[in-house]
Design a protein around this ligand. Structure first.
Ligand SMILES: [Zn+2]
Length: 484
């Protein structure tokens, strides 16, 4: 006999088939991994075989879809990558800081990051994550063990960038490595797509527009079509990359993605990671119509505002992309890996750059973090609380110091909530976090492992940095030490 679980909550963000709606005194019922009923309590008839959980001080929302993450390294950004930037790299951390960090990271550090990140994501409301990472098998097993829904993308590329002198950005090519990486990614997807009760899905990720050849992109697009999986690449993510694509092809990055067939045929399942530097961005300011191209192609952008805002870079503006018809989704990219902050930065910076308080609203960024992500993944059963959707449910405490007074659930969530206000998480019908406890996760141990990994990494920075600098030189401490 199957069992239905029904949660009777004071507030529910339900989906009516078209959009999210606020239900006061609502019910969400699910059986196995699937939601069977959502609506007002007054309209609900309890089925015979049903367990009712009373949640009088809870807001139920769909789980958040994190469309851009590098969980095998991002926790080690902390305490290192902030408050520095070179103007000749357009303030991007890609060419100096990231190679130093990843070059100094060891396998134990990668495992520590993966262990830590899965828990961090769950504790901050991500129920589905698009993860472009090292060690995909280990990552997949860890995610499944704690019950996270994950699109695993073993990323690949035909080359890498480097700087020999802190001024130029050069490229080191190995086309065969790119082709081999694509084959491995395809094999990974064929082996694992749908594993662990469907929690694990595959995805293709030619890593960056400027590190993959046209041939590799075309093959990856064909493979994504054949496997019917989404595809994401980093593009329009730095001034350096924009100028490099102009230099190589006389095209903007977005124009080139259209030229080679990345944009268009797969609609929203062609995902541009970042897309923050279209031709119209004030730091680029050249002819073109990149945002319109993205909108006309029905493409998705995975917008990760914090990793850029931290370096003084903003999207201009979130609302303009929406107006052009771009399917906007949200990601965390760096540390902290919390979708609450990602939504907050997207909304606030959208207002700052759009010079309009009535756009880049809580509703718009919440939609991007739920329905937008689902569209990018080609899933009409995620990002919503509706009959037939997967039971991915967040329980928020509406009486907390951060949430009171409570009138508008999305405004409170986007502008005021703290991660601690998220009490319980259900994914695929399974309670994976209960009153902030994740079974089988010892957070103290995970933090200790990460600390040790950071220590080893910081010691090895001189071996990975192009100028062989100590960590304190590359990333100066905020304060002098006592006695200095
Ligand atoms: Zn990224």
């Amino acid at each position: 006999m199957s069992r239905i679980t029904a949660i009777h909550a004071s507030h529910v963000i339900g989906y009516n088939g078209v959009e999210h709606r606020h239900i006061e005194d609502g019910v969400v019922a699910y059986e196995g991994d699937t939601i069977t009923w959502v609506g007002p309590h007054s309209e609900w008839t309890p089925p015979p075989d049903c367990t009712v959980l009373e949640a009088p001080d809870r807001l139920l929302t769909p789980g958040l879809i994190n469309m851009h993450a590098h969980i095998s390294g991002s926790p080690l950004d902390k305490s290192f990558i902030e408050d520095v930037g070179r103007r000749q790299f357009g303030m991007s951390g890609l060419f100096e800081m990231l190679p130093a960090r990843s070059g100094a990271q060891d396998d134990e550090g990668t495992r520590a990051c993966l262990d830590f990140s899965s828990a961090e994501l769950l504790m901050s409301g991500t129920t589905t994550v698009f993860s472009m990472d090292l060690m995909p098998e280990y990552n997949m097993e860890r995610a499944a063990e704690i019950g996270l829904r994950m699109y695993v993308a073993p990323a690949f590329r035909s080359g890498r960038w480097y700087t020999p002198d802190g001024v130029q950005v050069l490229y080191d090519w190995d086309e065969q490595a790119g082709l081999d990486g694509l084959s491995r990614a395809v094999q990974f997807i064929e082996r694992n797509d749908g594993a662990y009760d469907g929690l694990i899905r595959g995805m293709l990720c030619p890593m960056q527009i400027d590190t993959c050849t046209e041939d590799l992109f075309r093959r990856a697009c064909d493979a994504a079509r054949d496997l019917d999986v989404p595809i994401q690449t980093h593009a329009s993510q730095s001034v350096v990359e924009f100028r490099e694509m102009e230099r190589r092809h006389g095209r903007t990055p977005i124009e080139w993605l259209l030229d080679i067939g990345f944009l268009g045929p797969r609609g929203p399942q062609a995902i541009v990671g970042h897309g923050i530097f279209p031709n119209s961005h004030s730091w680029i300011n050249t002819l073109g119509n990149d945002i319109e191209i993205l909108g006309d192609a029905g493409a998705s952008v995975a917008h990760a505002p914090w990793v850029f805002a931290r370096r003084g870079i903003v999207m201009e503006s979130f609302a303009d992309y929406l107006d052009a018809g771009v399917n906007m989704s949200i990601g965390t990219d760096t540390a902290p890996q919390t979708m609450l902050e990602a939504m907050r930065w997207a909304a606030v910076l959208g207002k700052v750059t759009g010079r309009d308080a009535a756009r880049s609203t809580a509703a718009e960024v919440f939609k991007a973090a739920t329905l937008g992500g689902a569209a990018a993944l080609g899933r009409d059963d995620l990002g919503r609380l509706a009959a037939g959707a997967k039971a991915d449910i967040l329980f928020w405490d509406i009486g907390s110091v951060w949430m009171a007074p409570f009138r508008d659930p999305l405004k409170n969530l986007v502008y005021s909530a703290r991660e601690e206000d998220l009490r319980t998480v259900v994914i695929n019908g399974r309670t994976v976090m209960d009153e902030r406890l994740i079974p089988a996760v010892n957070m103290e141990q995970l933090s200790a492992n990460l600390q040790a990994s950071g220590q080893r990494l910081w010691d090895r920075i001189p071996q990975a940095d192009w100028a062989e600098r100590e960590v304190d030189e590359l990333s100066p401490p905020s304060l002098l030490r006592w006695g200095e």
